[in-house]
Design a protein around this ligand. Structure first.
Ligand code: C2O
Length: 350
């Protein structure tokens, strides 16, 4: 059932908001985005000078790539704080949409994108614009994010490039730095007991559950159907959003901070560059799941309430763009793809 206009954020007023732990946070831009002209999204050009961007596993990238990525992030961090491409402003995009800084249009309900079917498309759009901005800052139209391949045994340790230089971040749990194998179903905050080899096997079996046996329908994988207005509210993340998504956030965040900031709390998570590698893997797994389900050429839900929901982001040209869920369904059309790695968890049926 339709409840009036499609779901979108009302950008004209940006409110102070609350963290997951109900502490006041403020992530609004210095000037309200509601005053800017918004244009509708169009797919990017795909030509020789705008090639498909290839997102590679973070544990396999080379030094040339690392130097580029570090340079791009260093530039992003050096931009003035009121610049939409500034690293902290980029991070605050996530804060805006996870804490509920905006109301929904024509409603007093907050616009939030976690714990529902908006989770995968919103984050895909966020990474899409972030990646293109990074590329623009270093004049590289082929620049691609890399993905933290934590679902593969070789990728389960925090990738090295995020632990030195411009991509390093201090607000992380020190006991989870390399060479510690991540616990994809981490329960905060008990020290890891399992020997590395068993942790790998546990992780693979868990992946099988979250991607296959526990995710046989779109609702199970993508989460509940959030529609506009409070009456349309729902609170039910899909399998992968609950874990490894949430659990790896908690795993990375610092035990010294009240909400395990930065990665452990949504309002601060994207301040850690590792956020983008974590989310690239989440985004990749959405595509992998669609392929396993045979859904790669069709929308996961043929439902206008989902397909017409829109988000706004600044693009690499500093233009505010309205992108709909229906625009976010095909990575190739968005100009990027994932280098494949073996899906070892497919053989890990318990
Ligand atoms: Cu928007 Cu990883 O959370």
């Amino acid at each position: 059932p339709r409840h009036g206009s499609p779901l979108a954020a009302n950008l004209s007023i940006c409110y102070p908001s609350l963290s997951d732990g109900d502490r006041p946070v403020y992530c609004c831009p210095p000037r309200p985005d509601g005053a800017q002209t918004v244009v509708d999204f169009e797919y990017p050009a795909n030509t020789d000078s705008f090639p498909l961007r290839i997102r590679r596993p973070a544990h396999l990238v080379d030094d040339v790539y690392i130097a580029k990525y570090e340079r791009a992030v260093a530039i992003m961090k050096s931009l003035p704080s009121d610049h939409p491409h500034n690293f902290f402003r980029q991070a605050n995009n996530h804060c805006l949409y996870c804490t509920g800084s905006y109301n929904q249009v024509n409603s007093t309900a907050l616009f939030k994108i976690h714990r529902s079917w908006l989770f995968f498309p919103w984050h895909r759009a966020f990474l899409y614009f972030h990646e293109r901005i990074l590329g623009r800052l270093i004049g590289d139209n082929a620049f691609a994010l890399s993905y933290w391949n934590w679902d593969a045994p070789e990728g389960m340790v925090m990738p090295g490039l995020y632990t030195t230089g411009a991509l390093n971040h201090t607000e992380r749990d020190e006991s989870h730095l390399p060479p510690q194998i991540s616990d994809l179903n981490y329960e905060c905050c008990v020290p890891v007991q399992e020997p590395a080899e068993e942790q790998v096997a546990t992780n693979l079996a868990f992946m099988y559950h979250q991607m296959v046996s526990g995710a046989k329908k779109p609702e199970l994988f993508l989460g509940c159907k959030l529609r506009s207005g409070t009456a349309g509210a729902c609170d039910g993340p899909g399998t992968v959003e609950s874990a490894p998504h949430n659990t790896v956030h908690t795993w990375v965040g610092s035990e010294r901070n009240p909400e395990r900031e930065d990665m452990g709390a949504f309002y601060s998570a994207a301040r850690d560059p590792l956020f983008f590698a974590h989310h690239a893997n989440i985004d990749r797994l959405w595509q992998v799941w669609k392929e396993l389900m045979g859904l790669q050429d069709q929308p996961d839900f043929d439902d206008p309430d989902w397909l017409e929901t829109s988000f706004t982001f600044y693009d690499e040209n500093l233009q505010l763009v309205r992108i709909k869920v229906r625009d976010c369904l095909d990575p190739t059309k968005l100009g990027y793809t994932y280098e494949e790695t073996a899906l070892r968890w497919l053989d890990a049926r318990p």
